[in-house]
Ligand binder design. Structure first.
Ligand SMILES: O=C(O)[C@H](O)[C@@H](O)[C@H](O)[C@H](O)COP(=O)(O)O
Length: 259
């Protein structure tokens, strides 16, 4: 558990948010490249890939995409070309838009052979954990992978990754990747990074925009113990390693100090 406070940044609109997110990601990239010459990032689905493209593409200062390793913070158990796939979403909204001259990230999708809603998603989770173990061997902490950056969304119920409020997965202490078969947000079968893995990352950023988030943002930031919501648990465990990039509608009425 961390005693330090997470950072909450609020911008008037998406353009200003994207600008600040760009600076933040480039700083995290520079720190990672100086340390181990690769930038290991995990990303969510939802609205994040579109905002990432706005933040990082078509700008004067560009990331070194050839040194990026991209993993999925959570993924739905569907084929990689399915409309529900977070990989497919990232490819359509972000990866396909990276100009060739900027280099190509190494992308780590789930094992397609087991990616469907009929199989037990545990096999998918185990295979993805093996994928992480291959990428993070020789790391600073063998018990947990340390991502350079994890980019997350926050659902209107306070979920993040595929960690949902009140779910037993929030108690997971040892697995790096867990399976869920009863996700309240469809599709029900998914895999997700666990809370200890999210909290172990060097930097964690949430992007939450729009008025649909304002009630949950008040619960997360202004209520006693963040109501125990999954996104609050990340704040609690990772403290000042966590930065929230929000817009004014999402944080209307939130009293928590900015910055
Ligand atoms: O696979 C998923 O369902 C997403 O990874 C999920 O965790 C998402 O990040 C949140 O639901 C926020 O989504 P929005 O950014 O679209 O609100």
């Amino acid at each position: 558990m961390s005693n330090s406070q997470s950072h909450l940044y609020t911008f008037p609109g998406k353009a200003e948010l994207a600008e600040s997110l760009q600076q933040y990601v480039l700083k995290a990239e520079a720190a990672a490249l100086a340390h181990h010459d690769t930038f290991r990032v995990a990303v969510s689905g939802g609205s994040l890939p579109v905002i990432l493209a706005e933040a990082l593409l078509g700008k004067a200062t560009t990331p070194q995409f050839g040194k990026w390793d991209i993993f999925f913070a959570d993924e739905r158990a569907v084929p990689l070309d399915h409309a529900d796939s977070n990989y497919f979403l990232l490819k359509e909204e972000f990866l396909n838009k990276i100009p060739a001259e900027l280099g190509s990230p190494s992308v780590h999708p789930i094992a397609e052979k087991h990616a469907n809603q009929d199989d037990d998603p545990q096999q998918l989770a185990d295979l993805y954990q093996d994928e992480l173990k291959r990428a993070f061997t020789g790391g600073e902490n063998e018990a947990l992978p340390i991502f350079d950056l994890i980019l997350l969304g926050c659902g209107p119920d306070g979920h993040t990754c595929s960690l949902f409020p009140g779910h037993s997965l929030l108690q997971e202490k040892t697995a790096w990747v867990a399976a869920i078969s009863d996700s309240p947000k469809p599709p029900p079968k998914r895999i997700t990074l666990t809370l200890p893995v999210v909290a172990a990352a060097a930097q964690i950023a949430f992007v939450a925009t729009g008025g649909g988030k304002k009630e949950i943002m008040r619960d997360i930031f202004d209520s006693e113990d963040g109501c125990g919501l999954p996104s609050s648990l990340v704040n609690k465990a990772a403290g000042d390693k966590v930065s929230w990039f929000t817009d004014s509608p999402a944080t209307e009425g939130v009293a928590y100090p900015r910055g």
